[in-house]
Design a protein around this ligand. Structure first.
Ligand SMILES: C[S@@+](CC[C@H](N)C(=O)[O-])C[C@H]1O[C@@H](n2cnc3c(N)ncnc32)[C@H](O)[C@@H]1O
Ligand code: SF4
Length: 376
């Protein structure tokens, strides 16, 4: 079974932290959506004979799609792929788009999961980050989506925001956990150089919290979500036991997915592909019937490093048998040696089946993973 990701590269306005691929010029949205539909048609053989398990509309802002555009994409998906057994159909939505008319439109589609970019319930944070919605909209969009029968609701929250105190973070978590949601994705603010925050930082105009503060906020996130019955199943993801994000879990487990739209990545075991990250070049290529795709064949070393990185970040850890079967016994032996000091100090636990990060180890996930990377 495989997944399909569709990238909608448009946003109303640019959030000051965001480095994803999007444009704020919406005038050619319909033309670009037609190009994505064409891409889905041209690439149908890649997943011929495969059943699609998950579909994910990401962005950018997929909730900017109107009925005609969304239906064009759904028609292309159903016409060219086997969606007879889809389990999860997600759309990323921004709170200011989640109005009654939008939800009514969704209720006529197979979309059964919304991932809402709330980020914070504090007006000051939303303004600082140049979000397009208000704190009130952040709260009401979830209740409204539930009333319209959306089965699964996930929200995104950011911590480590400049000026965020522990008390405001706790308040954000309480508000979130009292909503009818089954999943939270929560990331520590990262400042990328090409963003507005990146420029502020360069000019010393952005005072970021100390590592100790963000670690404490992460700990609070782990503890509070646990109290409300959420499992910490991936470093940045928390879900009720029957509500883990299937599409993303399949990424982390190395399953195949096709990514359509500008900047979208695709993965088939051993091969990664990606579309050009430029809306005009993307449309021009598809107009001419050309796929603007680049391809990289992953080496054994790259595949191993990726398996370690993604596996360690999940609660299932890095599976010992899988390492031995895919890469050979020598890889498993050196992996055990590389992780030995972390096992001794209690950051990594070796069970019969896997190497898994302990609660303390989750604070050092990236460092632990990179110490086990192979260079050849
Ligand atoms: C691709 S964005 C799309 C979501 C949607 N457009 C929105 O803004 O609500 C997915 C999520 O990544 C997170 N994110 C993006 N850039 C980030 C950054 N620099 N630091 C931390 N989190 C970030 C945000 O939580 C965001 O909701
Ligand atoms: S966070 Fe979401 S809405 Fe904001 S610029 Fe990035 S993709 Fe667009």
């Amino acid at each position: 079974m495989a997944g399909i990701y569709i990238h909608i590269p448009f946003c109303k306005q640019a959030c000051y932290y965001c480095n994803f691929h999007f444009s704020t010029v919406l005038s050619y949205k319909e033309k670009l959506v037609s190009a994505i539909a064409k891409e889905l048609f041209l690439r149908k053989e890649e997943l011929a004979g495969e059943k699609i398990e998950t579909v994910y509309f990401g962005g950018g802002t997929p909730s900017l799609l109107n009925e005609k555009e969304l239906n064009l994409l759904l028609e292309a998906l159903y016409a060219h792929y086997d969606l007879s057994e889809v389990k999860e159909f997600t759309l990323e939505a921004n709170p200011d788009d989640v109005k009654n008319a939008f939800l009514k439109m969704l209720s006529t589609t197979p979309i059964n999961r919304l991932s809402m970019g709330i980020q914070s319930f504090e007006e000051d944070h939303l303004k600082l980050m140049n979000r397009a919605h208000s704190a009130n909209e952040a709260i009401y969009c979830v209740d409204r989506a539930k009333q319209f029968g959306i089965e699964k609701i996930s929200i995104d929250l950011i911590y480590g925001i400049p000026g965020m105190s522990m008390a405001t973070w706790q308040n954000n978590l309480q508000k979130a956990l009292n909503l009818p949601i089954d999943h939270i994705s929560s990331y520590c603010l990262t400042v990328e150089s090409q963003t507005v925050f990146g420029k502020y930082k360069e000019r010393n105009k952005l005072i970021l919290p100390e590592d100790e503060e963000t670690s404490n906020q992460f700990l609070e996130l782990i503890n509070q979500t646990q109290k409300f019955g959420f499992d910490h199943y991936e470093i940045s993801n928390f879900g009720k036991p029957d509500s883990y994000a299937l599409h993303n879990t399949n990424y982390w487990k190395g399953k195949s997915y096709l990514g359509a739209g500008p900047g979208a990545h695709s993965y088939y075991p051993g091969t990664r592909m990606w579309n050009v990250s430029n809306n005009q070049s993307y449309m021009k290529a598809l107009d001419a019937g050309i796929l603007p795709l680049e391809k990289e064949i992953l080496s054994k070393k790259d595949m191993f490093n990726e398996t370690i990185m993604t596996g360690l970040r999940t609660m299932w850890g890095v599976n010992l048998l899988e390492i031995e079967e895919k890469f050979g016994l020598e890889y498993l032996i050196t992996l055990r040696q590389d992780l030995a000091e972390y096992i001794l100090s209690g950051y990594v636990v070796e069970t019969k089946e896997a190497f898994i990060l302990s609660k303390e180890g989750r604070f050092l996930a990236d460092g632990i993973a990179s110490s086990a990377f192979r260079t050849n």
